[in-house]
Design a protein around this ligand. Structure first.
Ligand SMILES: [Zn+2]
Length: 258
């Protein structure tokens, strides 16, 4: 057999081995492509599963941390609703609050209690642990009234609520945020707000939700109105979003007095 390179591979056995090698290469080239493809696909799936698990873990940790805070106390905010009770919308809000085990504060207009179903709504608010505050009898600007008339606006509303719930209303939200002049009522607490949802202006659920969840921070008092369907829907979405971020909803007296 020739000793040159060509001669070395030109024997019948050599050629057969080469043919086998070529065939194997062809198989290897065809087969592993699909095998690798499958392995990559499987790898991607596993990777996705792991990432989803990690994401979930991080989210849970973040939620737990947010809920506990560094001191173990969740940041608190208060939802307050003015101008009710509304026979049409307040019961829907109360249903949503009960479902979410959230307590809110209602600054009611005395004359609205006299509307059909009003008394029952006040009783329900009280039974379900919400705070009931005073928003005057006629929704009037207290700063423009005589001391006597301002006192009457508050007292009429107070006594009507007391008749129904058996309890005093200690908190007053003055309509338009205007405080009465010279009215000495040391046992009353006048409560304004720190976040204005502007729900009665926009009447747009998504706009109200966006504004409130953007503006709200710890210890904020959120102003809304339970006499619009858009406000009720927005309030429940706000609760869901802020609860997810770790906030606890409390009645406004707890923010002021605790
Ligand atoms: Zn009002």
């Amino acid at each position: 057999m020739a000793k040159n390179r060509r001669g070395e591979i030109s024997g019948a056995g050599e050629i057969r081995r080469w043919m086998q090698a070529l065939a194997l290469t062809a198989v290897l080239m065809a087969y592993p492509v699909s095998a690798l493809w499958e392995r990559e696909e499987a790898g991607a799936e596993v990777q996705e599963e792991v990432q989803a698990e990690v994401r979930e873990e991080i989210q849970t940790e973040a939620q737990e941390e947010a809920q506990e805070g560094t001191s173990g106390v969740r940041p608190r905010v208060a939802l307050t609703f003015d101008d009710g009770p509304s026979p049409e919308y307040t019961p829907l809000l109360l249903d949503g609050l009960r479902e979410r085990e959230v307590r809110a504060s209602f600054f009611v207009i005395g004359s609205n209690i006299e509307k059909e179903g009003g008394e029952e709504i006040i009783r329900r608010m009280h039974e379900e642990g919400h705070l009931i505050g005073n928003h005057t009898w006629h929704h009037v600007d207290l700063s423009g009234l005589s001391t006597e008339d301002a006192w009457r606006e508050l007292e009429m509303t107070d006594s009507r609520i007391r008749e129904i719930t058996g309890e005093e209303t200690d908190l007053v939200r003055p309509p338009f945020g205007e405080f009465p002049q010279g009215l000495e009522e040391p046992d009353k607490l006048y409560v304004k707000w720190t976040v204005d949802s502007r729900d009665w202006v926009t009447k747009d659920t998504q706009e109200i939700v966006r504004k409130v969840v953007t503006d709200t921070e710890e210890n904020d008092i959120i102003l809304m109105h339970d006499c619009y369907g858009t406000s009720v829907e927005a309030a429940l979405q706000i609760i869901d979003i802020l609860s997810e971020r770790g906030y606890e909803f409390v009645t406004v007296d707890r923010l002021l007095l605790d």
